[in-house]
Design a protein around this ligand. Structure first.
Ligand SMILES: [Zn+2]
Length: 694
């Protein structure tokens, strides 16, 4: 981070002068205050309107309720000296030091007080006792890693997202609780921050030999792989917004992620489970510890399960109940989740196990002790998901649309008064829109939005009708100066879409987004506004690429998923007029596919072969994986005899000629492609970026 700051200082004074001059030139009103400690030379301090929102939050939210802080620090055993965990590749896999500024909240006035409070809580770091026999290492990654003592070793719930952080956690456990082997791993759900670090604590050979068992919920493998493939590139790009991938850790930038401070950027692996919990409820012993597993499909993840340990009266709520409201709609993009079903599964946990549980722990945040507290949290969480679902539909049935619901839906006052249902991961606004989308889809039933013009096509007309750029800038500045930021963004967005090269307009819109970002309680909303401001000011920096998969994940992809994705990579326009059939045979796993290109669509069907195929390819699935990973081309494998072909090899060349490699740096906001010459940020260092699939 230091290098970018130093580099920026070199041209800070010049760019500030330019920014102030341009703003002064376009409006007679006072320019916003440039923040001198801001990582960006055009960055501004929070305005009086933003500070007013903070002040109101401080007055109305129950800051005197300190139970979360007591629970967060309870049972602390030890922490390593350094808050940095190095990756095998040499970079920092995890760096909590970057967030130490959060430990001095009184000095921060550019983060919403409620979000700041959560970010302070997420500074917990080290080994903690949940109860005798259950321990958690927290603050080593996005997710917690939990160790339950079995008869012969540790049963691990959720080995975080990176091998390096899981290994470091195990070393801390060894040091303070005595060295014991890991004998079982339980993946609570199909998101990578809950299984990606498995290779840091388990040797795959021990899994194969039966020494270590790996337990997972129903359909785990299918969803662990498929959720991020089809729209993967778009989802990864959108992480720059939801997770603020480009934003330096700073009171003016990335100031926590709600579930934890950030994600770990290390080796992401996956060892295939040895036991799947297929039934809705299964009870069995794991290394001598009796556990009740309860599948909760279609909640926080499509494949997820809670676990109750009756002998310890301990309830593991996976990621179904954490210290925040979760995503019904995830800003990075994912299929919308079922809020009602989620609520019902929490209700089942409340009545099946919550009547006697004395402790509840989860894969993020901190445990809750005492039956009363366990029930309080379960009830509040059950109700918040039910309320969202029911009240959103209540409004919808009276005509409120997807484009209005976020301005209409409000949480009940009783839940607003507590901390257990804060919106630190899912946002109230986008969860409510997500619920409308879940039931009705994206259309608001207004004919004007049935087949609207694209923003780039409609914007010039708006600008023309509003009287041109100068008028819009003057009004935009006026609205900005009055603190009417959402109104300002309405018109400035049109101008920026009509005139993508108008840097003065982009800078003013960036100022607007920055204030909107500061004002948010929800880290995803904050990051999205601040990322938008960042890209408008400086363009999209190159070279920052979050990791969403690794070799293990690609190996675990089914062949039809791989073939489906080829169909997505294919540019249909390049395939006009092409038509062929390919038989694909993978002898080592006994699979056969018929792949057909017709009408510019590439389709595949398992178990069939065409008699009139233009080409038959025979290759072991294990060799095909080299192609899937991009390590070797199919042409090379044909040349060296790894793959055999029979028929017209020309169809492969035709197919290859239609393939497109998706680039991550596509524009979201216009005129942001490539760093602008004014702020040359080519060597901009971003923080560690790891697997994200929340
Ligand atoms: Zn998670």
């Amino acid at each position: 981070m230091r290098s970018i700051k130093q580099k920026m200082k070199n041209y800070t004074s010049l760019t500030i002068a330019v920014a102030v001059l341009t703003l002064a030139a376009c409006s007679p009103s006072e320019a916003p205050v440039v923040a001198k400690d801001h990582f960006h030379p055009k960055g501004k301090e929070p305005s009086e309107f933003t500070l007013e929102i903070f002040e109101k939050a401080r007055e109305t939210l129950p800051f005197s309720d300190r139970r979360d802080f007591e629970e967060q620090s309870r049972g602390f055993i030890a922490a390593p000296e350094s808050k940095k965990i190095m990756a095998d590749a040499g970079h920092a896999a995890w760096d909590l030091e970057r967030y130490e500024f959060l430990l001095e909240p009184d000095k921060i006035n550019s983060v919403h007080p409620s979000m700041l409070r959560m970010s302070q809580l997420n500074m917990n770091f080290g080994l903690y006792e949940v109860i005798p026999g259950i321990y958690q290492v927290r603050g080593f990654a996005l997710a917690n890693i939990t160790f339950v003592k079995g008869d012969t070793g540790w049963i691990v719930f959720d080995p975080t997202e990176a091998a390096e952080t899981a290994r470091a956690a195990k070393e801390l456990v060894d040091e303070h609780l005595g060295e014991l082997p890991v004998v079982a791993v339980i993946y609570s759900h199909s998101h990578a921050d809950h299984f990606g670090g498995v290779r840091g604590i388990v040797d795959e050979a021990d899994v194969r030999s039966g020494k270590v068992s790996i337990i997972a919920p129903r359909d785990f493998m299918a969803y662990a792989i498929s959720e991020n493939i089809y729209a993967g590139n778009a989802m990864t790009r959108r992480l720059f917004y939801q997770y603020g991938v480009l934003l330096p850790a700073s009171p003016y930038g990335h100031a926590g992620q709600g579930l934890s401070q950030n994600t770990a950027a290390g080796e992401l692996g996956l060892i295939i489970p040895t036991r799947i919990v297929e039934d809705n409820i299964e009870e069995f012993e794991v290394d001598g510890v009796n556990m009740v597993f309860k599948n909760t499909p279609g909640t926080e993840a499509p494949s997820e399960m809670n676990t109750y340990i009756p002998g310890m009266k301990a309830l593991w709520m996976a990621e179904n109940v954490v210290g925040s409201v979760h995503n019904i709609y995830t800003l990075r993009g994912a299929q919308v989740r079922d809020s009602l079903r989620w609520s019902k599964y929490i209700n089942k946990a409340l009545y099946a196990y919550g009547q006697e549980a004395e402790v509840m722990f989860a894969s993020h945040h901190w445990p809750r002790w005492g039956n009363e507290r366990v029930q309080e949290i379960l009830r509040d969480q059950r109700d918040v998901y039910a309320h969202m679902n029911n009240q959103v539909l209540h409004h919808v049935n009276q005509g409120v649309t997807i484009n209005e619901i976020h301005n209409v839906y409000k949480s009940p006052a009783s839940l607003e008064k507590g901390w257990t249902t804060g919106f630190y991961h899912g946002s109230r606004e986008n969860n409510s829109r997500g619920i409308v989308n879940y039931y009705l889809g994206h259309w608001d039933a207004n004919p004007a939005t049935l087949i609207p013009l694209s923003p780039r096509d409609s914007a010039p007309l708006y600008v023309e009708m509003m009287g041109g750029a100068e008028k819009i800038m003057a009004k935009g500045q006026e609205l900005h100066d009055q603190g009417k930021y959402r109104a300002a963004s309405e018109i400035l967005d049109k101008l920026v879409f009509a005139e993508p090269q108008n840097q003065v307009a982009k800078d003013l819109l960036a100022d607007v987004y920055e204030q909107l970002g500061y004002q948010q309680e929800n880290p995803g909303l904050r990051n999205a506004f601040l990322a938008g401001a960042y890209e408008l000011r400086s363009g999209i920096p190159e070279g920052a690429s979050p990791k969403t998969s690794g070799p293990d994940m690609i190996r675990a992809m089914t062949t039809d998923l791989f073939l489906d994705f080829l169909g997505i990579r294919m540019d249909g326009r390049k395939a006009e007029g092409m038509a062929f059939k390919i038989n694909l045979v993978t002898p080592d796993n006994g699979e056969k596919y018929l792949i057909e290109l017709s009408n510019s669509a590439l389709t595949n069907i398992e178990g069939y072969q065409a008699d009139d195929a233009d080409l038959t390819i025979t290759i072991n699935r294990s060799d095909l994986e080299q192609v899937m990973m991009g390590a070797k081309s199919l042409a090379d494998q044909i040349a060296d005899g790894t793959a055999e072909i029979d028929g017209d090899a020309g169809v492969l060349q035709q197919l290859a000629s239609t393939m497109v490699d998706f680039e991550l740096g596509f524009e979201i906001l216009p005129g942001t492609k490539g760093p602008s010459p004014e702020t040359d940020l080519n060597d901009f260092e971003v923080g560690p970026v790891g697997a994200m699939s929340e």
